[in-house]
Design a protein around this ligand. Structure first.
Ligand SMILES: NC(=O)c1ccc[n+]([C@@H]2O[C@H](COP(=O)([O-])OP(=O)(O)OC[C@H]3O[C@@H](n4cnc5c(N)ncnc54)[C@H](OP(=O)(O)O)[C@@H]3O)[C@@H](O)[C@H]2O)c1
Length: 294
């Protein structure tokens, strides 16, 4: 596909999960094109390592990082404030960070860890930076999902969204993935005519570190998959830079850049219910309850 790209050199890209896997692949490609990229890293050491590697492999020495533990809302809020202090614009937010947890654990803020990292972090980073995205328009929020075959008949279990009653690592990962997609559709509806668009995408098979804490048989499968996996993510980069997707809002792209309908997750009632639960869990005030500016 012929791509007409926006001039990325003066555009700011924030990428969660930019130290490994899909996020790293997208960050490196954008850096190679001369973009100003900022990676969200779990700690200083990982962040420094990542920007050094990007400078060495792409020749782009403008890459930056900010620290946030994506499992903690306080940490995400600090990172978002730091970003706003440091940068005047945000043109593309790539929500890509993720992890698989094989045991149930609550964060120190009382949220189930997989749900916190794999879904709520995306909801919160986006909302904390939404004003800046609007001021920087045209701008985009792109959120990683998974293969369409997993998403086609996906249902969100609202009765036990954090798997309080019966935990399984794979089910928790899937649930958070469904939530990311439904969130993207709902975000898009809320962003209509604001100059900001929101889409979700399947990255394809990208070399990953995702199952490093998995039982041995899953690790073995992961090792074999990594042999076949790519170190780039064309669809993610395309959605971040291509001019022809600038106004496309509220869709899911598969890894061949085709738009695929996902009716179960597109449902407005699902989106609204998820948004309201997410606001509650992140203590975000719904806009209707906010005091008007003087
Ligand atoms: N890779 C694929 O082929 C593929 C396919 C479909 C969907 N996905 C989805 O893409 C997402 C990312 O997967 P991946 O393959 O890129 O995994 P990965 O290689 O393990 O990378 C995950 C990224 O998220 C970061 N991260 C995880 N927990 C964090 C935390 N608490 N605080 C801050 N950063 C944290 C990791 O930081 P560290 O580097 O410090 O660990 C890393 O940068 C997942 O949701 C996955 O389901 C991936």
């Amino acid at each position: 596909m012929m791509e007409t790209s926006t001039d990325v050199r003066n555009r700011v890209f924030l990428i969660t999960g930019g130290t490994s896997g899909v996020g790293k692949a997208i960050a490196s490609s954008l850096a190679r094109r001369g973009a100003r990229i900022v990676i969200v890293s779990r700690n200083q050491e990982r962040g420094e390592e990542a920007v050094k590697a990007i400078a060495e492999t792409t020749g782009n020495d403008r890459a930056d990082y900010l620290v946030a533990d994506l499992s903690l809302q306080s940490s995400i809020r600090n990172m978002s404030e730091a970003f706003k202090r440091k940068y005047d614009h945000l043109h593309v937010l790539a929500n890509v960070g993720g992890a698989v947890y094989f045991e149930k654990q609550l964060t120190s803020e009382g949220i189930e860890q997989s749900f916190a990292v794999n879904y709520l972090s995306h909801f919160l980073v986006t909302n904390e930076l939404l004003d800046m995205l609007k001021e920087s328009g045209p701008s985009r929020v792109i959120t990683v999902a998974g293969a369409p075959r997993f998403l086609k008949n996906a249902q969100i279990d609202f009765e036990d969204i954090q798997q309080v009653n019966k935990f399984s690592g794979m089910r928790a990962t899937a649930q958070a993935m469904f939530a990311r997609v439904a969130f993207s559709y709902e975000l898009a509806r809320r962003l209509e005519r604001t100059g900001v668009t929101a889409v979700a995408f399947h990255p394809g098979l990208v070399r990953s570190n995702l199952i490093r804490t998995a039982p041995w048989f899953i690790k073995l499968y992961g090792k074999l998959a990594n042999r076949r996996a790519k170190t780039n993510c064309e669809v993610g980069v395309h959605l971040a830079v291509a001019k022809d997707v600038e106004t496309i809002n509220g869709v899911f792209f598969d890894d061949t850049m085709q738009i695929m309908p996902l009716p179960h997750l597109q449902d407005e009632q699902v989106g609204r219910r998820l948004w309201s639960i997410s606001e509650e869990l992140t203590s975000l005030t719904p806009p209707t309850a906010r005091k008007p500016h003087p």
